[in-house]
Design a protein around this ligand. Sequence first.
Ligand SMILES: *Cc1c(COP(=O)(O)O)cnc(C)c1O
Length: 397
Amino acid sequence: MKIASFCVKEVENKRTTKSHVLPIYPTSSFVFESVEQSIDIFSGKEEGHKYSRYGNPTSDAVAQKIADLESFGLEIEAEGLLCGTGMSAISTLLLSLVKEGDGILTQGNIYGGTTELFMNNFGRLGIKTHLQSLNDITACEATLKNDDSIKLIYLETPANPSLACIDLEKIVALAKSYNCITVIDNTFCTPLLQQPFKYGVDYVIHSTTKFINGHGNSLSGAIIFRKDDERKKDIWNSMKLLGTPCAPFDAWLIHNGMKTLALRMKKHCENGQLVAEFLEGHEKIIKVNYPGLASHPDHEIACKQMKNGFGAMLSFEIDSDIDGMKRFMNQLQLAVMAPTLGDVDTLVLHPATSSHLNIDKEIRIRNGITDGLVRISIGIEDIADITEDLAQALEVV
Ligand SMILES: *Cc1c(COP(=O)(O)O)cnc(C)c1O
């Protein structure tokens, strides 16, 4: 062999003992030992990785771990797929479940990107989205009765920005009686706080970018389904053909973060509850939206289906105009102004001057996004530092 060919050759894998930590497989393809093996793998007789868009050992292992958490302690087995972002997990799943002419029933207050995807991109494909409060079971039933093209109910609980909770048991019972598929985005809770499979939900979605990773250093999403799900081949096909799998390095980062998920969620919830109580008692605060507060309209639903705590997401309304809100936001020292959530550090967002800046003021206010509304993702810092920071910033409002 000439030196130019030798340079191109792959090196020998020197692994002797098993690595303690999940390796990253940054490879686009996998090698067949023989034509016979290629036939066996492509015909499905033998399991084997082929090409990383179809599946990659790093991503597959991490997807299985999230699936195991979603089914942890339940009498079901689950599996999953890891996608490049939360949004690609949503589009990949939904495009394998609905087709032209089908309808989706969802609430108006889910993640903004999801609403936009449904209304615009899916709308163009002839998939119609109906927006309605999913807590009003009677109204939902009337909608389903009226329109038998609705094939899927899509929900988030708790949902942005009001942290409204939806009774999973009730909505699943309704969906089943109208042969509708149920999909939940469980990003805010993670399986540590809420396991939707327990209530009969069909599919669970995560933006693993948020709490599951927890450190804000990767974008990824997960689709979780029951092991015996009849559509799992279609979903995998949809990931393969839309080209939406997660990169192995990002999968590896999620796995790294997940090792402390239980510890982090415990601290997130403790801090979330304490911040909510602190804000509720503050004279400049009009309203605090947190499902762990007895004053929250859906507190009872949250108590029923959220275990181990009520999460780290809350929103609150300051008695202030835009100018006062600018002073408040700029005065924060510890809390970071960033349009994400679920990281170990406390993150704040003022929707009226960021995520909702380009939305008509009237529509924005009708959806509860007032000038004084702040969304906060409580971190795992010492609680005294978080409340002190909020207190000193509230002084300049
Ligand atoms: C961030 C988020 C998404 C979108 O996830 P990406 O990873 O940013 O694509 C979807 N749902 C919820 C609830 C989110 O917070």
